[in-house]
Design a protein around this ligand. Structure first.
Ligand SMILES: Cc1cc2nc3c(=O)[nH]c(=O)nc-3n(C[C@H](O)[C@H](O)[C@H](O)COP(=O)(O)OP(=O)(O)OC[C@H]3O[C@@H](n4cnc5c(N)ncnc54)[C@H](O)[C@@H]3O)c2cc1C
Ligand code: FES
Length: 349
């Protein structure tokens, strides 16, 4: 289920002094496995300093390119992002899981007006979505609001310029810089006033079909709240979080005792006993069961399973809708068993 494939890095390109793009070579036999929708991410698995790490990276290339490229920004003291920026080179091999994720754009026959608010490395899925929107229909439009510290630290600046040159009348970009005053750009961070300027002033005549948000959680919350205050329906607002905020596990505090759990992965079932205070995914991995996971922080969606018997409660959930939770879906990295028996199925999602 967590099927990783060893892929060779075809190219490592510097995007900024602190970010690189990795492009993977996809052998013919794996082309179907690595088919993706704009906005999806891949999980990389690699040994760094003697430890296996898994990290999710959004695909920045468009599906139409036939390539899989990810852009990785160095996080201070980060394990994999620093390693990727400083040590990876073309020809190296990395274990890569098939693309997944729900932060996607798919073109149908209708003309689409799309707006995206991105900050920092949050531009990666937006690059793929922007290109796909612009290629999808000759009347589609795309507005990008992109926050960074400075132009030097802006990932994909050149690629964005190329898209602007190609789609002059349909692709609009507003840069927001927090540490650099630049002509035709806003100064500061993406905040309520930025969102209002875009939707109520600059593009007040446009009815947007969807809003894509990707960046720090505080930015996503501000943009999303402002949009909702402006009457935008919740189902038109899509977001992707890259990091999870620390949440106190108040569910575990009230739990005691054990649960007999049955886990189905890849048509195989495993039974064991776990503490209710433990998280389902942690217990599953301790049993060396090959369940899918990536972020282990409740933000990526890799670890979704269906509860077929019993009950579990999540510490936090920013991914599944109320309807999906009601029909039994659960993020196993966030779930504590509540009942004496629990059956979870990773295949039926
Ligand atoms: C669905 C998804 C898509 C993602 N796509 C991308 C992408 O396209 N490009 C990209 O660069 N990253 C992306 N990320 C983030 C990426 O998976 C890693 O979390 C990030 O590269 C840091 O990993 P690390 O091993 O270097 O840091 P770690 O060793 O895991 O963390 C070191 C410290 O940095 C903090 N930290 C971790 N990530 C961040 C962050 N993004 N910003 C600030 N602090 C952080 C941690 O809390 C910790 O304190 C994505 C994450 C998800 C869930
Ligand atoms: S592993 Fe990412 S949401 Fe659970």
């Amino acid at each position: 289920m967590s099927d990783f494939h060893s892929l060779k890095i075809a190219a490592v390109d510097a995007l900024t002094p602190n970010a690189v793009a990795l492009t993977f070579e996809i052998p013919d036999g794996l082309k179907d496995t690595f088919t993706f929708t704009a906005g999806q991410y891949i999980t990389l698995k690699h040994m760094v300093n003697g430890e296996e790490v898994r990290r999710a990276y959004s695909i920045s290339s468009a599906p139409s390119s036939g390539k899989i490229t990810v852009g990785i920004k160095k996080v201070p003291n980060g394990t994999f992002s620093v390693y990727a920026n400083e040590s990876l080179k073309s020809g190296d091999e990395i274990e890569v899981m098939h693309p997944e994720g729900r932060f996607v754009f798919e073109q149908n026959t209708a003309v689409k007006n799309i707006v995206a608010f991105a900050a920092g490395s949050g531009i990666t899925p937006i690059m793929s979505i922007a290109q796909t929107v612009l290629e999808g229909h000759p009347d589609n439009t795309f507005v990008l609001v992109f926050g960074n510290q400075s132009p030097q630290e802006t990932m994909y600046l050149k690629a964005i310029q190329e898209l602007q040159d190609k789609y002059t009348n349909r692709f609009f970009v507003k840069y927001v810089y927090s540490r650099s005053q630049e002509e035709n750009s806003l100064f500061g961070r993406i905040e309520t006033s930025t969102v209002n300027f875009i939707v109520k002033n600059k593009f007040k005549e446009t009815t947007f079909d969807a809003f894509y948000l990707c960046g720090p959680e505080a930015m996503i919350n501000t943009v999303s709240d402002t949009l909702k205050n402006n009457g935008v329906a919740e189902d038109k607002i899509l977001f992707e979080l890259f990091t999870s905020s620390d949440t106190e596990d108040t569910v575990a505090e009230n739990l005691d005792g054990k649960t007999n759990i049955e886990v189905t992965v890849d048509d195989e079932s495993f039974s064991f006993t776990m503490d209710k205070k433990a998280l389902v995914l942690d217990a599953v991995l301790k049993e060396k069961i090959d369940a899918p996971y990536s972020c282990q922080g409740g933000v990526c969606s890799s670890c979704i399973a269906r509860i077929t018997e019993g009950k579990a409660e999540m510490v936090k959930n920013q991914i599944l809708t109320d309807g999906e939770v009601a029909e039994g879906l659960i993020l196993t990295c966030q779930a504590h068993p509540l009942t004496p028996t629990l059956k979870v199925d990773y295949d039926d999602v």
